[in-house]
Design a protein around this ligand. Structure first.
Ligand code: GRF
Length: 191
């Protein structure tokens, strides 16, 4: 059984999809970490009865202190794996080096195209016919880590940005938990 921590800053729909999918497996989401006390993800965590912890990341000293506290919290929970799901902060080497190849992220574009905070808008405005999502390992950069998998779809050209956004989120909720479970199974086998 693997213990997973999810990091989220906002809505938390991927967090919820992961919690529910893992309930069908021996693996569990053990806690939610956030940098935003107003994140709707926290409301989901309350409903799902998952403990959550909010840490300030606004200034460099706050961020350093928060990452140190997060690391000791993750160790106290015995966390094996971290899934970023709309976490809007770059992690420093302190956390990344503590979990080598055990931190993954979901991004709403076909990386390396359109990294950063506006992946959906940038993809939509690009006019690209093929749009999609990327699941990747997290390294020190912004959406630069090795790609694990991507899923794409063809746009018809008539969709609004909201319709494209809905398609991307639906794809994320379907694919991210599945890929995560595969990674957790593989990790369990190698232990
Ligand atoms: C998703 O589109 C994800 O790809 C991106 O942030 C968004 C988070 O959505 N990294 P939610 O908070 O899981 O609903």
């Amino acid at each position: 059984m693997a213990k997973v921590a999810v990091f989220a800053s906002g809505n938390g729909s991927n967090f919820e999809a992961i919690v529910k999918a893992l309930e069908e497996t021996p693996h569990r989401v053990v806690c939610l970490i956030s940098d935003n006390e107003k994140a709707y993800a926290l409301e989901r965590a309350r409903r799902l009865r998952i403990p959550y912890h909010v840490f300030p990341f606004h200034t460099p000293p706050e961020r350093k202190d928060s990452e140190e506290r997060i690391l000791s919290l993750l160790r106290s929970y015995g966390i094996d794996f971290i899934a970023l799901a709309g976490f809007m902060r770059l992690l420093s080497p302190l956390l990344i080096d503590a979990y080598p190849n055990r931190i993954v992220n979901i991004h709403p574009s076909l990386l390396p195209k359109y990294p950063g905070t506006h992946g959906i808008r940038d993809s939509y405005l690009s006019g690209d016919e093929e749009l999609g999502i990327t699941i990747h390992y997290v390294d020190y950069g912004l959406d630069t880590g090795p790609i694990i998998t991507q899923r794409s779809f063809r746009r018809s050209g008539t969709e609004t940005m909201e319709e494209i956004e809905d398609k991307i989120h639906a794809l994320e909720h379907e694919v991210y938990p599945k890929v995560l479970i595969e990674l957790l199974e593989a990790m369990d086998k190698n232990q």
